[in-house]
Design a protein around this ligand. Structure first.
Ligand SMILES: Cc1cc2nc3c(=O)[nH]c(=O)nc-3n(C[C@H](O)[C@H](O)[C@H](O)COP(=O)(O)OP(=O)(O)OC[C@H]3O[C@@H](n4cnc5c(N)ncnc54)[C@H](O)[C@@H]3O)c2cc1C
Ligand code: SF4
Ligand code: SF4
Length: 1014
């Protein structure tokens, strides 16, 4: 049976109000709220998508500063009859936060914890608060909010309540509906209503409760007949709140709570002002058993028995995910600890609580159960938390690896949270696998086996035949859900994707009852129209982000000749084997640049604030515009002509990229590897080609070209810092911040003093292999801090190495980094060609090219490979190592011997962003640990905020310092007696400017500790 399809004649759900209404709305919001009001095409475009396949342009965006702003905005929108769409992190997977409405983003300012009642274990919060941030505050009370969604670092409590979200541990703690104790929310008419215990309800709340109770009574037999009896049912409204059909009661004391009507209502009934949450005790101990199954079917069949042991989680990882983890060097050692042989699937079974001994007994019971079920010797026991944590990370990362599939076909989320009773899980998964095969695709299975909700995403190409396949697969999956008496919508909500399946699941009478609830609370359809009630068709191409050719506005990329080589993304994939075609064969009119941009699937991971670098500019601004996702969306809209002609080189794109510090945090931390720093170079090149270069760009980009002669005139060149008037003028003319000093020019550059470095000739160096290397001295260290290059040479020679340093006519060779940053790709290519010419003979002889400045040396391993320099670049890249990487490599080869004096000072280390992006921070720590007595401590910091020339620009002053103040500078100030190690020139400058401390390069520190020769 197919879904009761909404009529095609339904009102166009993408239609916007007339222009004059939009303009008046913007005017009034600006006049009557203190919030940020954004009605320009790029801002609207950034709010037109969430983590779903959909895109609908909103009327405009309001980022309220206060609750009062929301209240006023609702009144204005009501008066102008413009719908309103509440939004948190925008990580919904079904299009809940896309709509032709005024989007109100609560995540930037409305994020306070208002009260914590430790005794009653309750917290009251604003809706824009992120779950991890709440839990960080609760930890000191020994409490947590246990709805542990995978997006905990970016999902807001308001959004979680909106979607009735569920975590991996829902079998122990339930969904949001089981953990919300109250809500204060505005109705469409502006009334602020306290939704709480029905027994205590008065006034409007009492009226609503009475209305719902009567409605439920009228529909008792329909509820009995159609309501799925599973924990994971999130579709429709919670009309069952007076008589819960969930496997778990909604409240622990059986009372009825009207807030549960709002939970899962996806912003369609009221706008939440505050939420009161029921907290749980933080488990003091956890143990994990990893069950290995030779057959996927057996894993599925076992789940129903395992849950009887009372686990807090039972999570599936299937063969494909295991293979993906094994193929990844970082995950392989971790996943191997969990495997016995080559299993077809593993189940991660966790027990958590206060008493470790009791948990170990449960683990033992699990081992016995597996024996009873015919799987003896199949359990890997993990009683300690460190290996457990590592394994959970792999489980999470599996989805990310899967989502990084290149090509237009992508794993699409639309039936990935059907929930079936555990007794039928094995049959359901077998049958759905057959469905995929029939449709020429396949699914990778993972996640919540404990509650019968398994995530699975078939690969579909939504620009071509994806919609038809999605419909066909959805129909067949639904038939299976019905056969096994499950819930079609079991975790991520209804949105645009599953709205039409509400009628299928609940039948016409209950669908009408849902409409009656909507009419009662929101008679004029102010809130999120077309969601839950009157939904559009899930496969309406007009709603797709990548609209197909037959849609009113098909998605297409405007032809572009990129400056960099993006052909690795210009590929297609086979949905069955996931094999990708040869680079350059994908048929992309932008030669792969557009396809690289489209790798962003809007999952919002870049909104996280925890460890890692991504995304420093978002961390200090909390603006969607200054976020990797916002930038990728801006680029996608520009490349597909949705921001008007020539938008790629226009202001909207420039503004979105302005605060990107090119830290490459996203290249490493983004699940799909979106490398915004590289994209920024491409845009800078396109912009330069169209508009020419600014004076600032010429000055900074061309620095390596004039550094040699400029360093002959240090007194003149340094005047700018000494004369306040010169500072003021360079700020006015060049945009150089008057508050900043510039790196000091000096005559005694490394190249003019290179005889002190004891360098050998090329022939001597080649002859001395393997105890030999080539020191690549970059412009910055060589010109401004030559002592670092000399110290590096001293250290390497003290360790017995013969050193050479390639030069051109006695001056330095350059990696082209500054040219790239200013969009001068040709200039960079010219420099790199010369550098490769000089380094290639050594690289081909197997000698390491040792660099000191992370961003310069790593250019050889990164951008140099996409400049059309052929495999020569690859040969040099293979030998290019940072100073500390070289030392670690030599230590491992047993060649490194260096006598160092002990150090009795605390040692703080700040990793340069590019070191972090290339996993090159641990070698720094390893090298520092070779100093006797040294206990280096890594500062948990994101970007320092200087980022090459970024921090020197006056319009970046505040943002640059805010980035440094986020973690780095306070950590340094806390330890005034510590030595600080920072390998990046600009990082050291920022530390000097912000904390008044002179940080050292690791080479300087080692040189200081060398045992003097006797
Ligand atoms: C990779 C990935 C993994 C995920 N894993 C999980 C998971 O483990 N479990 C899970 O349940 N979900 C998961 N999700 C889905 C999503 O992250 C969750 O539903 C999350 O709770 C949404 O939070 P948000 O802040 O992004 O909300 P949004 O997407 O911004 O909003 C969600 C809904 O709440 C409404 N809303 C927001 N604020 C308000 C308000 N103030 N008043 C009224 N309504 C409001 C919105 O209108 C919308 O309908 C995942 C998504 C992704 C991309
Ligand atoms: S940029 Fe990466 S992390 Fe951010 S939303 Fe896109 S895919 Fe996710
Ligand atoms: S390069 Fe850094 S600042 Fe730019 S988008 Fe990526 S994480 Fe953010």
């Amino acid at each position: 049976m197919t879904a009761l399809r909404p009529s095609d004649a339904r009102q166009d759900s993408t239609a916007l109000p007339p222009n004059e209404v939009c303009e008046r709305l913007a005017r009034e919001l600006r006049a009557h709220t203190q919030g940020e009001v954004m009605f320009d095409a790029a801002s609207r475009g950034r709010y037109a998508t969430d983590a779903s396949i959909y895109q609908v342009m909103p009327v405009g965006v309001l980022v309220p500063r206060t609750a009062e702003d929301v209240s006023r905005a609702l009144a204005i929108a009501r008066q102008l009859k413009v719908p309103v769409l509440p939004r948190g992190g925008g990580t919904s997977q079904c299009g809940q936060t896309t709509g032709a409405a005024l989007v109100i983003d609560c995540s930037k300012h409305l994020r306070r914890v208002l009260a914590v009642d430790v005794e009653a274990r309750r917290a009251t919060v604003e809706p824009g608060l992120v779950l991890d941030h709440l839990n960080a505050e609760l930890r000191r009370h020994g409490l947590w909010y246990p709805v542990d969604v995978s997006t905990s670092a970016q999902a807001t409590l308001g959004g979680m309540a909106g979607n009735n979200s569920c975590g991996s541990r829902s079998i122990a703690y339930g969904n949001m509906v089981h953990n919300v104790a109250g809500a204060s929310a505005w109705l469409a008419d502006g009334t602020l209503v306290d939704f709480g215990a029905v027994a205590a309800a008065t006034g409007r709340a009492q009226g609503i409760a009475e209305f719902v109770r009567r409605l439920a009574e009228q529909h008792r037999s329909e509820i009995e007949a159609h309501w799925p009896r599973v924990l994971r049912r999130v579709g429709g409204y919670n009309l069952d709140l007076f008589d819960p059909r969930s496997e778990r009661p909604y409240t622990s004391d059986g009372s009825v709570n009207l807030a549960h009507l709002l939970v899962g209502s996806e912003g369609t009934l009221a706008f939440t002002k505050t939420l009161t949450l029921q907290l749980a005790e933080l488990p003091r101990a956890r143990v994990l058993g990893v069950l290995n199954f030779g057959r996927f079917h057996d894993a599925m069949a076992s789940a129903q028995h395992i849950v009887k042991l009372g686990p807090t989680a039972v999570e599936l990882v299937d063969r494909t995910m295991i293979e993906l983890a094994l193929a990844n060097p970082a995950f392989r050692p971790v996943i191997e600890t969990a495997l016995i042989g080559r299993p077809d699937a593993i189940l991660l079974v966790e027990f958590a609580g206060a008493d470790k001994a009791a948990l170990l007994r449960q683990l033992q019971a699990l081992v016995e159960l597996m024996g009873d079920l015919g799987h003896p010797g199949s359990v890997v026991q993990m009683p300690d938390e460190a290996p457990q944590k590592a394994l959970w990370e792999v489980r999470k990362a599996g989805l990310n690896i899967m989502m990084s599939l290149k090509g237009d076909g992508k794993p699409v989320s639309f039936i990935e949270d059907c929930a079936v009773p555990l007794a039928h899980l094995a049959d359901y998964t077998d049958a759905l696998t057959e469905v995929f095969t029939r449709h020429g695709t396949r699914g990778t299975w993972y996640a919540h086996a404990s509650v019968g909700t398994l995530h699975v995403r078939p690969i579909l190409d939504m620009r071509r035949d994806g919609a038809a396949k999605m419909r066909a697969i959805a129909d067949e999956a639904a038939a299976l859900v019905r056969r096994f008496k499950g819930a079609y919508s079991g975790e991520h909500g209804d949105g645009l994707c599953r709205g039409e399946w509400i009628a299928w699941q609940f039948g016409p009478a209950l669908t009408q009852a849902f409409a009656a609830i909507k009419r009662e609370l929101d008679p004029d359809g102010l809130f999120s129209p077309g969601r839950i009630v009157d939904p559009p068709r899930m496969d309406d191409g007009a709603l797709f982000r990548f609209a197909p050719a037959d849609a009113p506005r098909p998605y297409r990329r405007i032809p572009l000749q990129p400056a960099l080589d993006w052909s690795a993304w210009n590929v297609q994939n086979d949905p069955l084997t996931e094999r990708i075609t040869a680079p350059g064969s994908g048929g992309d009119a932008t030669q792969g640049f557009g396809m690289a941009v489209e790798m962003c699937n809007n999952n919002g991971h870049c909104r996280k604030f925890d460890a890692g670098t991504m995304c420093p500019s978002y961390r200090v601004t909390r603006d969607e515009q200054h976020l990797t996702r916002g930038r990728a969306n801006t680029l996608r809209l520009a490349l597909s002509g949705q921001l008007g002609p020539d938008a790629l080189t226009g202001d909207a794109v420039a503004e979105a990229l302005d605060l990107c510090v090119s830290c490459k945090g996203c290249k490493r931390d983004c699940p799909t590897g979106v490398d915004m720093a590289r994209m920024k170079i491409e845009v800078a090149a396109q912009r330069r080609a169209r508009h020419g270069a600014s004076l600032f760009d010429r000055l900074v980009g061309g620095l390596p070209d004039y550094a040699h002669w400029a360093s002959r005139l240090p007194a003149l060149m340094n005047l700018r810092d000494r004369l306040p008037v010169a500072r003021a003028l360079t700020q006015r003319w060049l945009g150089l911040s008057a508050r900043r000093t510039l790196p000091r020019w000096r005559r005694d550059t490394f190249w003019r003093t290179r005889e002190r470095a004891g360098l050998a000739t090329a022939a001597q160096t080649l002859a001395a292999a393997p105890m030999a290397a080539v020191l690549f001295v970059d412009t910055f260290n060589g010109c401004f801090v030559p002592g670092i290059a000399h110290d590096a040479a001293r250290v390497l020679r003290a360790a017995g190495y013969t050193l050479h340093s390639a030069t051109r006519d006695g001056a330095h060779l350059c990696c082209g980094r500054t040219h790239l940053a200013s969009g001068d790709v040709d200039g960079a290519r010219t420099h790199l060609r010369a550098l490769l010419d000089a380094l290639l003979p050594f690289a081909d002889a197997g000698l390491a090219i040792v660099g000191l400045e992370p961003s310069c040396l790593l250019t050889l391993r990164d951008e140099a490979l996409v400049l059309g320099l052929g495999e020569r670049a690859m040969r040099v890249a293979k030998q290019a190592l940072l100073f500390e990487e070289f030392i670690v490599r030599e230590q491992r080869a047993g060649r490194w011997q260096l006598a160092l004096q002990p150090l009795d000072q605390p040692l703080l280390v700040h990793g340069h962003c590019h070191q972090k992006a290339f996993d090159a921070v641990s070698p720094v720590m390893e090298v520092l640990r070779t100093v006797p007595g040294a206990r280096p401590e890594l500062i948990d910091s994101s970007c320092c905020g200087m980022a090459g020339a970024f921090g020197y620009q006056s319009h970046h002053d505040d943002v640059s310092m805010a980035m440094a103040e986020a973690a780095l500078l306070p950590a340094i100030r806390r330890q005034p007696e510590a030595l600080v190690v920072a390998d990046g020139t600009s990082c050291r400058h920022q530390i000097a400017d912000g904390a008044g401390r002179q940080a050292l390069h690791v080479a300087e520190l080692l040189a200081r500790q060398l045992v003097p020769r006797t």
